[in-house]
Design a protein around this ligand. Structure first.
Ligand code: B12
Length: 145
């Protein structure tokens, strides 16, 4: 059986798109490391030097290993001063829109960035798909883009 040229090109293009899409989704949707449920200590540092009143806080949460959104929720449960808001995006999960009522702002081009405090690199995944390891320190930093 032979495939004519336009059909072959279309097939190759679809295969390429499917491969790229799977590779991209794989980074976050199927996390590189499974959640093992073993006890972890995760420190959350919150830093706002942009909006007045500025603030910086830190708290360590001990819980079975889980997604970052559950660590953040646990932090809000034990510390009534710490609050967050989030918006759900299909396929991506939750985007943190506010911490302690300081909202990301499109006009000011501000957002809450997540950084691995040990490497100082931004996390590659959002709170719904990132799984912190024991003794990880995650920095939530209000910044601009
Ligand atoms: C632009 C962009 C941003 C901008 C969006 C603001 C703006 N107005 O432009 C800013 C800088 C704020 C941003 C932030 C982050 N981003 Co971003 N972002 C993108 C990018 C390059 C394009 C999105 C877009 O414009 N789509 C087109 C519009 C028409 O569709 P939309 O649905 O309306 O787009 C919105 C959502 O994508 C949302 N959004 C943007 N980033 C993220 C991340 C997450 C986890 C969620 C739930 C939503 C979300 O903001 C967009 C504008 O409103 C994508 C890559 C891509 N090609 O899709 C990455 C991407 C979506 N971002 C990503 C990440 C990891 C982040 C951060 C977690 C990075 C970090 N370490 O802090 C943060 C979010 C932190 C938080 N507070 O929750 C990842 C998400 C992977 C995943 N599945 O979790 C992507 C896929 C990049 C990548 N690594 O490949 N991002």
């Amino acid at each position: 059986m032979s495939i004519n040229k336009p059909a072959g090109v279309l097939y190759s293009a679809l295969l390429f798109i499917a491969t790229v899409h799977t590779a991209w989704a794989g980074v976050c949707l199927f996390t590189k490391y499974p959640v093992n449920g073993l006890p972890v200590n995760v420190t959350l540092v919150v830093n706002n030097v942009i909006e007045n009143p500025t603030f910086k806080s830190s708290q360590t949460i001990s819980l079975p290993q889980t997604y970052l959104i559950s660590v953040v929720s646990a932090a809000a449960d034990v510390n009534k001063v710490f609050q967050y808001s989030a918006q759900y995006y299909s396929n991506l999960g939750l985007m943190i829109t506010a911490i302690n009522n300081v909202f990301a702002n499109q006009q000011k081009r501000t957002y809450w960035e997540f950084i691995d405090a040990k490497t100082l690199k931004p996390l590659e995944c959002g709170v719904s798909t990132f799984v912190p390891f024991n003794e990880d320190v995650i920095l939530f930093n209000l910044t601009t883009y």
